[in-house]
Design a protein around this ligand. Structure first.
Ligand code: SF4
Ligand code: SF4
Length: 341
C-alpha cells in the first residue's frame, strides 16, 4: 500500500487544517431518495438542508471560490442536493478549481448530462450514485433512472457508487449482477460500494444486520478479485467489520470539513450530519482512511499513530493560537514523513 501521499496530506493536521473540503453547493435536488441523509431534519443539527438559503449564478461562483481559497484544500467534493442543479455555475467553477491544483470530485445522480468538457479535465472525478439494479434503483431514484444515467454518462469516465442496503443482500448474487451490468460500460472507470449508514437510534429498512454485513464483506472480498473495476482494496473492505467507534476516532471525519449551501454552516460530525451511528458506518471513504490508519509503518507503529499524534499537536497549536493571537495558521503543510523517515 502506498501511504506516502496520504501521509503527506495528513501533515496539514499539524497546522490545524484539513486536507479535504466538501461543499453542499445547493439545497435543491429533483430526486426524493428514501434514506437521503441531507434532507433529514437533523442533518444540520436541528434542521435539514432545505431550510438553508443558497446561492445561484455569479454569486454562487464567487462564494465557492472564497470558501475554497479560505480553506485551501487538496481535495474538494462538490455535493448537494444534486450539484448538477447548478450545472451552469459548475461549468465555470470546475475548470478554475482544477487549475488551482485541487482534485475535484462532483457527486451526482446524473439526472442530466455531465458537461462534455469534464471528461478531459485532469484531477477531476464524477461520481454517480446508483442504488442497485434497475428495478430497485429506478424506484428509489427516479427521475435519475438507469435509462437517463446510461445516456448522460456517454463519453465520460465516471466512478459508480452504490450504497448497499439490506434488500440487496437478501438476494444471492445481487452485487455480482450489479457489477456485470456496470463494469463493461466504457464510461465507467471504477466502482465503489458503501454500506448504508443509519442515524443513531434509527432502524430504517436499508440497515444491514450484523450477519448481513459480514456476508457483504465476504462477498466483496471475492468480487474484487473477479472485477478489476471494483476499486476496493482488501484492507478497506475488512474495515467494514470494525468501523471507527466515534467521530473523534474517525480519520475521515477529522480530515474532511463539510460546508453547507449557505457557505457558512459546517456539517458535523461528518458529511452525514445529525447523529450518525458510527458502529454501523459503511462509508467507503471512512473505511479507506481507517485502513490506511491501521497500516503498519515500522514494527507496531501505524500510520494512524502518526495521524493521531499530529492531530493532537495541531489542535493544541490551534487552541494556543486562537487564545493568544487570533491570527491564521501558516499555509504551507508540514510533511509528517519528516517525522518518520
Ligand atoms: S440525489 Fe442525493 S441529495 Fe438528492 S435526494 Fe437523492 S440522496 Fe438526497
Ligand atoms: S464517517 Fe462514519 S465513522 Fe466517521 S464520523 Fe461519520 S458515521 Fe462516524
Amino acid at each position: 500500500m502506498n501511504v506516502k501521499p496520504i501521509l503527506q496530506t495528513w501533515g496539514r493536521v499539524l497546522t490545524g487544517r484539513v486536507p479535504t473540503l466538501s461543499i453542499e453547493i445547493t439545497r435543491e435536488c429533483p430526486l426524493r431518495c428514501p434514506g437521503c441523509y441531507a434532507y433529514e431534519d437533523n442533518h444540520l443539527g436541528n434542521a435539514g438542508l432545505r431550510s438553508l438559503s443558497d446561492f445561484k449564478g455569479d454569486e454562487l461562483v464567487r462564494r465557492v471560490l472564497e470558501v475554497v481559497d479560505e480553506n485551501d484544500p487538496l481535495h474538494l467534493s462538490i455535493v448537494g442536493g444534486d450539484p448538477l442543479v447548478r450545472y451552469r455555475e459548475l461549468e465555470i467553477l470546475v475548470p478554475q478549481l482544477v487549475t488551482r491544483g485541487i482534485h475535484v470530485q462532483v457527486v451526482t445522480s446524473a439526472f442530466r448530462p455531465i458537461p462534455e468538457t469534464w471528461a478531459s479535465l485532469p484531477n477531476m472525478t464524477v461520481t454517480v450514485s446508483i442504488d442497485g439494479l434497475q428495478a430497485d434503483h429506478d424506484l428509489r431514484r427516479k427521475p435519475a433512472t438507469y435509462e437517463k444515467i446510461l445516456k448522460n454518462i456517454v463519453g465520460q469516465h465516471v466512478t459508480v457508487h452504490c450504497t448497499i442496503t439490506s434488500a440487496m443482500v437478501k438476494r444471492t448474487g445481487y452485487l455480482g449482477e450489479f457489477l456485470d451490468f456496470w463494469t463493461p460500460n466504457p464510461a465507467v472507470k471504477k466502482v465503489w460500494m458503501s454500506i448504508f449508514t443509519p442515524q443513531r437510534g434509527a432502524n430504517p429498512v436499508e440497515c444491514l444486520s450484523p450477519t448481513e454485513r459480514t456476508e457483504v464483506v465476504r462477498n466483496l472480498l471475492e468480487l474484487r478479485k473477479m472485477y478489476p473495476k471494483l476499486d476496493m482494496p482488501e484492507g478497506l473492505v475488512k474495515e467494514f467489520l470494525a468501523p471507527p467507534s466515534s467521530p473523534e476516532k474517525c480519520v475521515f471525519a477529522r480530515t474532511t470539513k463539510t460546508i453547507s449551501a449557505d457557505m457558512k454552516t459546517v456539517v458535523k460530525p461528518c458529511q452525514f450530519g445529525g447523529n450518525p451511528d458510527c458502529s454501523q458506518c459503511g462509508c467507503i471513504a471512512s473505511m479507506g482512511l481507517a485502513a490506511i490508519g491501521n497500516y503498519k509503518l515500522a514494527g507496531s507503529l501505524t500510520a494512524g499513530d502518526i495521524f493521531w499524534a499530529s492531530a493532537a499537536v495541531g489542535e493544541a497549536m490551534q487552541r494556543a493560537k486562537n487564545k493568544f493571537t487570533g491570527t491564521r495558521e501558516p499555509r504551507a503543510p508540514v510533511n509528517v514523513l519528516n517525522v518518520i523517515e
